[in-house]
Every structure is written in structure tokens, then in C-alpha cells.
Design a protein around this ligand. Structure first.
Ligand SMILES: Nc1ncnc2c1ncn2[C@@H]1O[C@H](COP(=O)(O)OP(=O)(O)OP(=O)(O)O)[C@@H](O)[C@H]1O
Ligand SMILES: [Mg+2]
Length: 265
């Protein structure tokens, strides 16, 4: 039997991140419930990956605090695992060994690895090299590695971005199934608004370094794309993302225009 885990809570207050005098995150306030599935959308460069990296403890905040289970995160976040768009597998290790790497505790490592391989539909692939797998299968291995140690927080940074449409849908179903079984807290960064509405309990958008939109998805699971409420939620979120992109463009244009005006006056 799989050990039931409970997801972590997150309480992010006044979070700031600055790179070279540029304030990328400017006062993020965000409360994430135990076991919640949260999707993060926003235009390119809005700081989505930066937020995930801060929560993983891969970056230090420039201000504010990330509280997990009531304690401020400092250093690498042991409760979290992160998965990226590219699988980042070691080509000279077998599938089995790649997954086992995700388990720090030696106790029962082989059994845990075999179990998660089966759960991601790759039983029988343990001895293969990553190089012979398809893109979708490699992402399954990456997901298995991330989940092998039953993390309490799973951070997903556009994990399905490079997959074809059908493989994407299969992976979305797999992620939802494993989330329902393991009950970890999940944060998914995605550019695909439909994917956000298929998977998340709640969708937030980053805009101007802040949480610019926060929408609950009250649809029953599994989500049906032909539900009229599904289409209307996707439409609402898309409108907001497009509006933030247009606003950014016009801000850039204003900046360029005012610079040109100054230069010509
Ligand atoms: N280590 C770093 N040093 C300097 N600037 C950085 C660093 N990491 C991120 N940035 C900058 O912070 C901004 C936000 O980057 P981030 O990767 O978080 O955006 P994103 O929302 O994930 O974008 P995308 O959707 O394209 O992945 C960008 O302007 C980026 O250049
Ligand atoms: Mg990113």
C-alpha cells in the first residue's frame, strides 16, 4: 500500500525578489491550503519560475517570507520536489537508477522505486536507458523521480510544455490520479489555461510582480471540456492573461515613446 502523505500548507507574505535592480516579485501574498492544487499563469517573464524556485529554496527572497507549516523556509526545501519542462535524467543511468536517485532514504528504496514505476505506467522499463524512451515516457520517469519519496509539495514548472497534445492529456490524467492518491500540495506553472482549469482547484495569475487574479475552479473531477462552465472559466482567465500582456506592451510602448519624445525635444 502506498503511504498516505498530507500536503504542506504555504503562507507567503510580502515576498519580493529582485535581480539586478529589477523587482520581479513585488509583495506576493499567497495562502495555499494543505493538499490544494494551485495553477500559476501569467505572461512570459512575470516571475512564475522565480516564485517556484523561491518556494523550492533554490533562491533567496529579497524581502518577505515563505512560511511552510508555520515555519519560514530557509535553505533547500526538503518537503518539495520540482519537475521541469525537460526531464533532466542522467543518460548514463537506467530508468530505475534515475528514479531511485529521488529517494534519499536507503530503506526500502528498491521497493519504492518499483512501486512508483508501476504507478506511472512504466513497469518493465526499469532496465532501459533514458535515451531509448519517447519524450512522454521520459517525463513519466521525471514525474516518478519527483514523487518517489512521497514529497509533501510538488512544484511543476511547465512540465508538459514540450509534449504533443495527446501525450499531454494522458500526463494530465496521470498527475491528477497521483495527486488524488498521494494528497501532496501541487503548484503548477503553465502557459496552457485549459490545462490549469483541467487540473487546479484554483488559478492565480502573476502581474506586475503581484497576484493579479485568483479564481477558484468549482468544477467536479475529472473535469469535462464540454461543460459550459469549463469554457467560461477558460475564457475569463484567458481574457485576464491577454489583458496583462496588452498592458505590458502598451507600458513598453509608452516608455519607448517618452524616451523618443525626450530625445527629440
Ligand atoms: N538568476 C537570474 N538573474 C537575473 N535575472 C533573472 C534570473 N532569474 C530570472 N530572472 C529574470 O526574472 C524575470 C522573471 O523570470 P522567470 O523565469 O521567473 O519568468 P517566467 O514567468 O517563468 O517566464 P516564462 O513564462 O518565460 O518561463 C525575467 O525577466 C528573467 O530574466
Ligand atoms: Mg518560467
Amino acid at each position: 500500500m502506498n503511504r498516505k502523505v498530507s500536503g504542506t500548507t504555504l503562507d507567503i507574505r510580502g515576498l519580493k525578489k529582485q535581480f539586478d535592480n529589477r523587482l520581479i516579485l513585488n509583495n506576493i501574498d499567497l495562502l495555499v491550503q494543505r493538499g490544494e492544487f494551485l495553477a500559476v499563469v501569467g505572461r512570459s517573464g512575470s516571475g512564475k519560475s522565480t516564485l517556484l524556485r523561491l518556494i523550492a529554496g533554490l533562491e533567496e527572497p529579497s524581502g518577505g517570507v515563505i512560511m511552510q507549516e508555520g515555519k519560514a523556509i530557509s535553505g533547500l526545501n526538503d518537503a518539495a520536489r520540482i519537475m521541469f519542462q525537460e526531464p533532466r535524467l542522467l543518460p548514463w543511468r537506467t530508468v530505475f537508477a534515475n528514479i531511485a536517485l529521488g529517494i534519499r532514504d536507503q530503506n526500502g528504496r528498491t521497493e519504492k522505486t518499483a512501486r512508483i514505476l508501476e504507478q506511472v505506467g512504466l513497469a518493465g522499463y526499469g532496465k532501459q536507458w533514458p535515451g531509448v524512451l519517447s519524450g512522454g515516457q521520459r517525463q513519466r520517469v521525471a514525474l516518478a523521480r519527483a514523487l518517489a519519496s512521497n514529497p509533501r509539495l510538488l512544484l511543476l514548472d511547465e512540465p508538459l510544455g514540450a509534449l504533443d497534445a495527446l501525450t499531454r492529456i494522458e500526463m494530465q490524467r496521470l498527475i491528477e490520479k497521483l495527486w488524488q492518491e498521494q494528497r501532496f500540495t501541487a503548484l503548477l506553472v503553465t502557459h496552457d489555461v485549459e490545462e490549469a482549469v483541467i487540473l487546479a482547484d484554483r488559478v492565480i495569475m502573476l502581474r506586475d510582480g503581484k497576484v493579479g487574479m485568483d479564481i477558484r475552479i468549482p468544477l467536479p473531477r475529472p473535469r469535462q471540456r464540454n461543460n459550459p462552465l469549463f469554457a467560461s472559466l477558460v475564457g475569463t482567465i484567458l481574457d485576464q492573461v491577454m489583458a496583462s500582456t496588452d498592458r505590458q506592451k502598451s507600458q513598453t510602448l509608452n516608455l519607448v515613446t517618452s524616451k523618443t519624445d525626450k530625445a527629440s525635444s
